[in-house]
Design a protein. Structure first.
Ligand code: G6P
Length: 609
């Protein structure tokens, strides 16, 4: 939610800031702004809408200056208009602040500051930070920032600049990520995430919560919020710009859908032990007796990661025979969950920064549970704060609608299950069958993708419908949820996912000849039952799009359209059945002229609760 960036160095800052903002745009895109220090003061430019609008506004009269900060916004407090766009300033316009997060006590602070004579011009929570820093400023920016932060309740990742100290950026984090890119020649970039710095450097310092950084061309100083020095490690990022560009695809989402054979290979690489029928996971940081002592698994996550976790629940119970349950992180964090010593909590998150998942994980840790992260973003907060975990290695995911992270999360949870299962009751034969099949899943995904044109045809035929229903059973029920989520996220069509049989308890009332129903009807244990549910829809003249197993000739007689996927083991079908649903959502959204990579009101990384 919101992306921030700051630059200090020898080059003109504006092109670097704008380019960085574009990389961060997936974090929020309802308004953007920039503040640049030049010899005479701060020039601030802001615009409602996407970064391209800010770029047009600035046009050829780019503010000159080699130090600046910028922001792309996902509004929390205050309408997404130009006035409320960041950066925000103090009464005299001597400093500028960009902020990602929410200041919960801003109303109280605003009233107190207004009573002291501070003049507010926006509806944002962030503006109080600027006025507090102004109030405390006595000649040292970082001291004033620390004094201001001490009064804030809420979350922030922020950057501050001041006319009075024109070669300095002060950054601080509490709950919203910040990273410093160490570039060549006394040049530094502060940003919400690595994607904004990777063009310039692969050397980064990740700030932890409650840390500050003071950046000047002479170097960076890191400290805690009490201004006590903290020494930080410089880390090397192992991906490059190519990973975050579109590579000829029309959208990041399409590129990421097509990357899945490779991203899945990356998740599985070096981890499958086919002979032994198990998986090798190096980062769990748990001994074998500890792993054998697990008597309950709680998976906590949001959005698509929550759907992947639901599949994890089926896998863990079925194969490892350990009770498992899935909780929305936003519920888990506030409901005083019971966590016995044998419980392991899996925090599943692509970004590793989702505020609710992070808070749920911290709550579980506070209660003494062992927490493992299942993350994509290396070095993210969840990955660093969890006691251990599994990186899914899907590579950077830019499209707001998650695709390759989902399949890699499911694959990683399967590996975790295999490992746990084989330490317990899972037979070597079944373990070997699963590992063998996992090894060929990427090739099968490739096969499905090769047939993308048939999905596009169906999408064209149904793009103008207002509602969709997605039905599946067993391990394909979460896939139905995910298919529906993909469609509503990017095409704004109302879609619901349901367990196929549950349809009779409500959704069936919606079915008429204008209602497309997507069935996941693969040949596994629930096949006959799903066919019956399909018949129930057909009787009521619903339009049926079925995802079925290659070679199944029967389904075609019941469905209006069939999308075939290769045969696999029942519990692994989600890795394949979700692919046509991702493509369907994508092509429907394109057909409707929607902004696929930046759907309205959404953000890739939800760093506010
Ligand atoms: C947002 C994104 C989703 C994502 C969810 C959880 O809603 O738009 O794509 O699934 O956050 O994010 P996480 O990074 O924790 O997996």
């Amino acid at each position: 939610m919101c992306g921030i960036i700051g630059y200090v160095g020898a080059q003109e800052s504006v092109p670097i800031l704008l380019e960085g903002l574009r990389r961060l745009e997936y974090r929020g895109y309802d308004s953007a702004g920039i503040a640049v220090l030049n010899g005479s003061g701060i020039r601030i430019e802001k615009a409602a809408g996407k970064i391209s609008i800010l770029e047009k506004l600035i046009g050829s009269s780019q503010p000159a200056g080699t130090l600046g900060i910028a922001h792309t916004r996902w509004a929390t407090h205050g309408e997404p208009n130009t006035l409320n766009a960041h950066p925000h300033s103090d009464c005299k316009g001597r400093l500028a602040v960009v902020h990602n997060g929410i200041i919960e006590n801003y109303t109280t602070l605003k009233t107190a500051l207004a009573n002291e004579g501070h003049h507010f011009t926006t509806d944002t929570d962030t503006e109080v930070i600027a006025h507090l820093i102004e109030k405390f400023y006595t000649g040292n920016l970082e001291t004033a920032v620390a004094s201001a932060l001490a009064l804030l309740t809420g979350t922030y990742g922020l950057a501050v600049i001041s006319v009075d100290e024109p070669r300095k950026i002060v950054g601080a984090r509490h709950g919203s990520p910040l990273v410093v890119g160490i570039c060549a020649d006394n040049e530094y970039i502060l940003a919400s995430d690595v994607s904004a710095v990777i063009r310039h450097t692969n050397q980064v310092v990740y700030l932890d919560d409650e840390e500050m950084v003071v950046i000047t061309p002479a170097g960076i100083q890191t400290s805690n919020l009490r201004r006590e020095a903290v020494s930080k490690k410089v880390e090397i990022v192992d991906w490059d710009l190519e990973h975050i560009e579109k590579a000829g695809f029309d959208h990041f989402m399409l590129k990421e859908i097509f990357e899945q054979p490779q991203s899945l290979r990356n998740t599985l690489r070096g981890r499958l032990m086919i002979e032994e029928g198990t998986a090798r996971l190096g980062g769990l940081n748990m001994t074998v007796p500890e792993l054998r002592g697990i008597d309950r698994v709680v998976l906590t996550a949001c959005g698509t990661s929550w759907h992947a976790s639901l599949i994890g629940e089926y896998l863990i119970e079925e194969l490892a025979r350990i009770p498992a349950e899935v909780e929305y992180a936003s519920e888990f964090r506030y409901r005083n969950p019971l966590l016995a010593p044998g419980t392991v909590v899996l925090a599943v998150s692509q970004s590793g920064e989702t505020a609710d998942t992070l808070a749920a994980m911290r709550e579980a840790t506070r209660k003494g549970a062992r927490v493992l992260g299942v993350c994509n973003a290396v070095g993210s907060t969840i990955a660093r704060e969890s006691g251990g975990g599994v990186y899914i290695h899907a590579g950077p995911e830019i499209g707001v609608a998650s695709t390759k992270a989902f399949t890699s999360q499911v694959a990683a949870l399967t590996l975790f299950t295999l490992y746990l299962g084989r330490l317990g009751e899972l037979s070597p034969e079944l373990g070997a069958a699963l590992t063998r099949e996992l090894a060929v899943i990427p090739d099968k995904v490739e096969e499905i993708l090769a047939g993308h044109d048939s999905v596009r045809e169906i999408a064209k035929a149904y793009a103008r419908h207002d509602n969709f229903l997605y039905l599946g059973r067993g391990v394909n029920f979460p896939v139905a949820l995910e298919g529906a989520l993909k469609l509503k996220e990017i095409s704004y069509i109302h879609a619901e996912g349901y367990p196929a049989a549950e349809m009779k308890h409500g959704p069936i009332a919606l079915i008429d000849d204008n209602m497309p129903v997507v069935f996941i009807c693969t040949q596994d244990s629930a096949y006959e039952k799903v066919l019956n549910n399909m018949e129930e829809v057909r009787t009521r003249k619903g339009k049926i799009i079925a995802v079925a197993t290659e070679g199944d000739t029967h389904v075609a007689s019941k469905a209006d359209h069939v999308l075939y996927i290769p045969r696999t083991l029942g519990l692994l079908t989600p890795l394949l059945s979700v692919i046509p649903l991702q493509l369907l959502a994508y092509y429907v959204a394109v057909e409707r002229g929607c902004d696929v990579d930046q759907p309205r009101n959404l953000a890739k990384s939800v760093t506010v609760e």
